[in-house]
Design a binder for this molecule. Structure first.
Ligand code: ATP
Length: 202
């Protein structure tokens, strides 16, 4: 799987539709202070399912919507779309039936986020799993923000292990284990209730 295109519309400082072609290999973003380099990286994390406003340097998720400027009114929604080349057919089941996968996340004021994958409505979790299984995602160590290298050098072993796990593509398994444990606990509670009812009837 290879990212090929990132499109932004109304996301942070990118008020006008902006289209970036992502070539193979390492991509670096350079430009003067305040031109939007970090906003681009955040758009990439956001479309892959980032759900912490703090990771977007905001207080609430709606802060990613263009907030207005002296000459432009604020926007009511923001949209980011990521095209992924899937000709190697490495996407997980459910997403693996097309050569090109287009994931779109849109946030509307007072209505929250909605995701689409090739025009089909999907859940945030589906998008997070798609990228986690492909060894990437909003927490991917392949997206290197300013100051991250020195953070990694000074990090505790546990944090470094998490980086390796993300790179190995096993972080999706942790999420699935967590969900399975929650289901198991809910089922155990239901069974206890059933046992109580059976006791009362007998
Ligand atoms: P530096 O090199 O200084 O870190 P940068 O190129 O990474 O800068 P960003 O931090 O990506 O720049 O962009 C900052 C700009 O984005 C600021 O001008 C800020 O006002 C603008 N910005 C952030 N959020 C919004 C928003 N919701 N609406 C409009 N503009 C926004």
């Amino acid at each position: 799987m290879q990212f090929t295109r990132l499109r932004l519309n109304g996301f942070k400082s990118f008020v006008d539709p902006t289209d970036l072609v992502i070539a193979r290999g390492l991509t670096g973003v350079v430009g003067p202070n305040g031109c939007g380099k970090s906003n681009l990286l955040e758009a990439l994390r956001w479309v892959m399912g980032e759900n912490r406003p703090t990771a977007m340097r905001g207080a609430g998720m709606e802060d990613v919507i263009f907030a207005g400027a002296a000459t432009r009114p604020a926007r009511n929604y923001a949209e980011v779309s990521l095209s992924v080349d899937n000709t190697d057919r490495l996407a997980p089941a459910g997403f693996n039936d097309t050569d090109m996968i287009e994931v779109v996340r849109r946030i509307t004021r007072d209505a929250g986020s909605a995701y689409k994958c090739n025009t089909r409505d999907v859940r945030a979790r589906d998008v997070q799993m798609l990228f986690a299984d492909a060894s990437t995602g909003s927490h991917s160590p392949a997206l290197v923000r300013q100051g991250q290298i020195s953070e990694l050098i000074n990090a505790k072993p546990k944090s470094r292990r998490r980086v390796l796990e993300e790179a190995a593509g096993i972080s999706g398994l942790y999420q699935r284990r967590h969900e399975a444990e929650l289901k198991l606990r809910a089922t155990e509670t239901n069974l206890e209730r059933v046992a109580d009812v059976v006791d009362q009837l007998s």
